[in-house]
Design a protein around this ligand. Structure first.
Ligand code: NAP
Ligand code: MG
Length: 501
């Protein structure tokens, strides 16, 4: 039975009754049918969110009351963790290990964290004396309104939590649109919101094509904010669409992050970190460290370690707990990776390992959906080092100094993540400080938590998600000027019009 849309507290079919299939990429088999929303459905969802914001109880509840609902969502997700993990792993091809240990608990933790924000982040606070005493300033933090939220296929469940949780914690109402490759786990998240008795219209779900339903969500005049995660190309389009009615926009876009290995790094740790930084989830991660900048003095030894260890990564059935890497999300993504491998070879990059579909997979798995971890020795000016591939492809680039490492790392249109591997804390911190990116990990990679802000410099995005900084991206700032004086003596502006000067 096909999944449905969730509009104004009710599960409904698309207005024209249309559906589209969703597949398990590991085998190519169809798992389900998904409701295919039209522009008309998107409009209905926006109107429901508008009514819930303007007239419904949600924005008017106390932070503590909203927090109780978010905590309940987290409990329901946790109770259903095994079931949702399996849906997530089958539909998107990520491993069950990743779903069980990162995605599902991470999403529950995100709801809990923003429940905490709703309880403890002040809605109103004294901003101190003005330059015209006794007038005082009060700052109010108010919800923005209706938020359209469009998410990608690489981390469908946790990305949906990063969108819904802070928005509704702050008192907004939302319309969520998951990626068409991976709609199923978003349905489960919205069911959890329904079960937690979040009022009708606060959380709405539109599944269907970005090019029509998504465009409506990004442009509809009743929408106040658009929060988008996905490609830089679509991010640009979202800005255009949102500009018609000057909506607030936050964007989490692509990346080509540098993982810098200095000559004093713990090579064992750094090799593990560079492989994890690139190949985790097949490199289908926006902050993947897909450029390893390796100091010349340790280059040969270190690159040898990478190649040797890459061969030991276990590729297989995503539903098997022993599997490190499953398939890519869809045949189109494999095509993209193949195109880039050919391009790299044409550009003169040296292929050190991988470069094709893996051999020897278990029976029943579709090997054309998989791609072996691939390492190129490259130059930073090559397209494979400049463009986001979003697949398991690492470019290793030789550097000779910290200054050169910083210059090469920053020679990118992107600025999302990055790593520095060194045993000298001050040196690593100095390099990290000079990298123009939203996150730098020192002797670590990919570590994210709801407490810490995440987002990009340059063409990697606008704004931040997570932490109190991400929470405040869902709140307006209102300045209330309160004057208790009974006359305006000494106020030049009053005097000017009252004819006294
Ligand atoms: P995408 O095309 O940017 O899609 C992301 C989301 O935007 C999906 O929900 C998509 O819906 C929707 N969308 C597409 N066109 C739209 C439009 N014109 N208006 C409104 N919404 C629209 O990304 P993708 O195709 O999933 O992946 C392509 C590339 O994006 C990747 O190769 C990678 O470079 C990048 N990417 C980055 C991230 C990240 O976290 N930064 C995540 C995923 C992908 P449909 O699914 O229905 O098209
Ligand atoms: Mg699928």
């Amino acid at each position: 039975m096909a999944t449905k849309l969730f509009i104004d507290g009710a599960w409904v079919e698309a207005e024209n009754g249309e559906t589209f299939p969703t597949f398990a990429p590991s085998t190519g088999e169809q798992i389900d049918e998904v409701a295919k929303a039209s522009r008309g459905d998107a409009i209905k969802a926006v109107e429901a969110a508008r009514r819930a914001f303007d007239e419904g109880p949600w924005p008017r509840l106390s932070g503590a009351e909203r927090a109780a609902k978010l905590n309940r969502v987290a409990e329901i997700i946790t109770e259903r963790s095994a079931e949702i993990s399996e849906i997530e792993a089958r539909d998107g091809g990520g491993t069950i290990k990743k779903a069980m240990f990162a995605d599902i608990p991470g999403a529950a933790g995100t709801f809990q964290y923003f429940a905490g924000c709703a309880e403890t982040e002040p809605d109103e606070f004294d901003h101190g004396e003005s330059p015209f005493p006794p007038a005082k300033s009060v700052i109010r933090r108010e919800p923005i309104g209706v938020c359209s939220q469009i998410v990608p296929w690489n981390f469908p469940f946790i990305m949906a939590s990063w969108k819904i949780a802070p928005a509704i914690a702050a008192g907004n109402t939302v319309v969520l649109k998951p990626a068409s490759f991976t709609s199923l786990s978003a349905v489960e998240m919205v069911k959890a919101c329904e079960e937690a008795e979040i009022p009708p219209g606060v959380v709405n779900l539109i599944t269907g094509p970005g090019g029509s339903a998504g465009e409506e969500l990004a442009s509809h005049p009743l929408v106040d904010k658009v929060a988008f995660t996905g490609s830089t190309e679509v991010g640009r389009r979202i800005m255009q669409l949102a500009s018609g009615t000057v909506k607030k926009v936050t964007l989490e876009l692509g990346g080509k992050s540098a993982n810098i290995v200095l000559d004093d790094a713990d090579l064992d740790l750094a090799a593990a970190g560079v492989l994890f930084g690139t190949f985790f989830h097949n490199g289908q991660v926006c902050e993947s460290g897909t450029r390893a900048l390796v100091h010349a003095d340790i280059y040969d030894e270190f690159v040898g370690m990478l190649v040797e260890r890459a061969a030991k990564i276990v590729i297989g059935d995503p539903l098997d707990m022993a599997t490190d890497l499953g398939p890519l999300v869809a045949p189109a993504q494999v095509d993209t990776v193949e195109r880039y491998v050919k391009l790299g070879l044409d550009e003169g990059a040296k292929l050190l390992c991988g470069g094709s579909n893996p051999a020897g997979l278990a029976e029943g798995l579709d090997s054309t959906a998989y791609f072996s971890p691939t390492i190129f020795e490259a130059d930073n000016s090559m397209r494979i080092a400049q463009e986001e591939i979003f697949g398991p492809v690492l470019c290793v680039i030789k550097i000779n100094s910290d200054e050169e490492a910083v210059a090469v790392a920053n020679d990118s249109i992107y600025g999302l993540g990055g790593g520095v591997w060194s045993t000298d804390a001050d040196r690593a911190h100095s390099v990290a400080s000079q990298m123009r990116t939203g996150t730098v990990w020192i002797n670590d990679y990919h570590m994210l938590s709801p407490q810490q802000p995440f987002g990009g410099y340059k063409q990697s995005g606008i704004g931040r998600e997570l932490s109190e900084i991400g929470y405040n991206e869902y709140r307006q700032v209102k300045h209330v000027w309160r004057n208790t004086a009974t006359n305006r003596d000494g106020y030049m502006h009053f005097a000017a019009l009252s004819g006294e000067i």
